[in-house]
Design a binder for this molecule. Structure first.
Ligand code: GLN
Length: 481
């Protein structure tokens, strides 16, 4: 049985009776069993998935109505709540936390008969971009297991690219679906802010983050969006997309479209191999009839600093709830004075999360806010104004998703500033609420390179059209694992 099929192909195969949901699931479990000790994408595999798959097959046989996912195995980043499943955020702090409810994305996928094959690894509380900051050990890049898979949704990227599931859900605060998609050679999506409900996503920096699909193809992302996007009564920041069909017209192409190539995302520090891949992507777009021009987005040079200031502030307040009284791990209170207990309990956070919380306490504090948080918010505002202007003239903005190639596990772990800078091309979409996608485009030294395309707010459908057009120009080799 071929596990290397897209979500849409899976649906077709099951519908046509060529494969059963149970057989596909059994093979998926075998694959996980065989390779996941090398990849470590999964934190937890759901032991009941075969039973679920059997139920789907039964429904099909008896002619009952079956949801559009037909029992498709999907992996879920472990900061998204599935009722009765452990949801650890890859943190020792939430080691024993079992979610009491389903995130909206989960209930919508359940309704369509998706099966959640397991919870996948991430940097603790989604803070990071290599998945090395997981309290349960790093995930490895399936293209070369010495390398990082990107992050923070590294488990999503690695599980999709190594055929341990058909698709995945990640979350993207500053690039966390797109970065691992780029490093693992799959598609990663960050929708317009508000397009997908955050209800049941454990917050890191909720004013800018979104859940997003990680898939093998652009069409699969459109398929997932059709299911999970749209207004949700549980999340007031969601927008009404009028049941937009993201798959219809996806093949429309980019003829006559205007594309801005962001100069500041291709400057100092870019790997020459990534630069030449980007130039190649520009020619591909031109061959497809688009008009590409270099554009400037001046505020990009301050975007990483602004991003880390704003996200640390939000993280500081969002993570204050983890006092080990409401949520936590087994650590009895006897013998502790109140504050001493909480201080001790909070030592379970890892070093990166602790660093962000200390920063997040400092940058908005009296006497310092003017110098840090308020300045960062001004940068966010200016960046948004600049991008508003660009989108009056251009349909899309492109740049490489990440300016460098995947690097070795351990190579940058002790250098937080170097790590922060890797986010230079992805944080703009979050700070400005715009949709962005990473499309696998090229290979160098046996490792994938992704191209990022951004569009204006609520132009997600048009964005997927451009992404599909670019994807159609490439064929990448098969992942060696
Ligand atoms: N690398 C960024 C950070 O650490 C982005 C993470 C994310 O998108 N969740 O904050």
């Amino acid at each position: 049985m071929n596990l290397k099929i897209s979500a849409l192909e899976y649906v077709q195969e099951v519908k046509n009776g060529n494969i059963s949901a149970e057989d596909f699931m059994a093979k998926t479990l075998e694959r996980i069993e065989k390779i996941d000790d090398k990849i470590h994408a999964f934190l937890h595999v759901n032991p009941e998935v075969l039973d679920h798959a059997r139920v789907i097959d039964k429904k099909i046989k008896s002619g009952e109505k079956v949801g559009s996912c037909f029992g498709m195995p999907i992996s879920i980043k472990d900061n998204i709540c599935i009722k009765n499943a452990r949801t650890s955020c890859a943190s020792k702090m939430l080691h024993d936390f079992v979610a009491p409810y389903d995130a909206t994305v989960i209930s919508r996928l359940k309704k369509e008969d998706a099966i959640f094959v397991g919870k996948v690894n991430l940097d603790e509380f989604a803070m990071g971009l290599t998945t090395e900051f997981s309290a349960y050990g790093p995930t490895h890049n399936p293209w070369n297991t010495d390398y990082v898979p990107g992050g923070s949704s590294g488990g999503s990227g690695a599980s999709v690219s190594s055929f341990e599931c058909v698709a995945s859900l990640g979350s993207d605060t500053g690039g966390s679906t797109r970065n691992p998609a780029s490093f693992c050679g799959v598609v990663g999506y960050k929708p317009t802010y508000g397009l997908i409900s955050r209800f049941g996503l454990i917050s890191y920096a909720n004013s800018i983050e979104q859940i997003g699909p990680v898939t093998r193809t652009v069409k699969d992302t459109a398929f997932m969006l059709n299911i999970i996007s749209g207004k949700d009564a549980h999340d007031d920041t969601t927008v009404d997309n009028h049941n937009q069909d993201y798959l219809s017209e996806i093949e429309l192409g980019v003829e006559g479209k205007k594309i801005g190539v962001i100069k500041e995302m291709m400057g100092e520090g870019i790997d020459p191999l990534v630069l030449s891949a980007t130039q190649n992507a520009i020619s591909k777009f031109e061959n497809l009839g688009a008009i590409c021009e270099e554009v400037s987005l001046d505020m990009v040079k301050y975007s990483v600093a602004a991003y880390y200031t704003i996200t640390a502030t939000e993280a500081g307040s969002n993570l204050a709830r983890y006092d080990n009284l409401l949520y936590g791990y087994d650590f009895p209170v006897e013998g502790y004075e109140f504050n001493a207990y909480i201080s001790k309990a909070r030592t379970k956070f890892g070093p990166e999360v602790t660093r962000r919380m200390i920063l997040g306490g400092f940058v908005p504090s009296a006497g310092h806010a003017g110098k840090y948080l308020l300045k960062a918010l001004k940068v966010k505002q200016k960046l948004t104004e600049e991008i508003d202007q660009l989108f009056q003239k251009y349909d899309y903005l492109i740049a490489p998703t990440v300016p460098i190639l995947p690097f070795k596990i351990g190579e940058k772990i002790d250098d937080p500033i170097a790590l922060f800078l890797v986010d230079i091309n992805t944080v703009t979409a979050n700070l400005t609420g715009r949709p962005a996608i990473s499309v696998p485009f090229s290979m160098a030294n046996g490792l994938p390179i992704g191209m990022q395309i951004m569009a204006n707010s609520m132009e997600d459908k048009a964005l997927l059209q451009a992404a599909f057009a670019l994807e159609s120009t490439v064929t990448l080799p098969e992942v060696p694992i």
